[in-house]
Design a protein around this ligand. Structure first.
Ligand code: 5GP
Length: 146
């Protein structure tokens, strides 16, 4: 496969999620189908912390959104919603998050969405209330949630 349109390196077939997909490393799977696999994160950051990954070889959201087929994209996101629903997260709410690239904090170079739930998750980005930059005025403005 050629380099993904993401600034990240080409897909690395030895990454940990590729090995999980091939069954070389065990995982606690929640659901799987032809498009995606959902499994519990090994180092959970919330009472529920599940990862959803596409079966296809995509490095990041940049890569997936630009090069995956429509059925792959639909199948993947339907799995994200289905897993959240079936884990009982919809009533109280949850967070779906993806890290992309160095500033996004992505560690594993196979596209994945984190699903967090089971507790109040707090601000979306740590330290956001102290952020200086575009949007800071709005955050600090009179209507801002404290
Ligand atoms: P990232 O920082 O790339 O967005 O997230 C990578 C996630 O993968 C982390 O939350 C980390 O705990 C999880 N992870 C890393 N290695 C393994 C593993 O071998 N098994 C599972 N289930 N999760 C892993």
């Amino acid at each position: 496969m050629s380099a993904p349109p993401s600034g990240l390196p080409p897909y690395d077939d030895t990454n940990i999620f590729a090995r999980i997909l091939r069954g070389e490393i065990p995982s606690k799977r929640v659901h799987e189908d032809e498009y995606a696999v959902a499994f519990h994160d090994i180092n959970p950051q919330a009472p529920v912390h599940v990862l959803v990954i596409p079966r296809g070889r995509y490095v990041s959201l940049a890569d997936f959104s630009a090069t995956a087929s429509d059925p792959e994209i639909a199948g993947f996101w339907r799995m994200v919603g289905r897993v959240a629903r079936e884990l009982g997260l919809e009533e109280r709410g949850y967070r779906a998050l993806t890290n992309m690239g160095p500033e996004g904090g992505q560690e594993v170079p196979h596209f994945h969405v984190h699903l967090f739930g089971g507790r109040r998750l707090g601000r979306m980005v740590p330290g956001a209330e102290r952020q200086v930059g575009p949007g800071a005025e709005r955050q600090m403005g009179a209507g801002a949630e404290r």
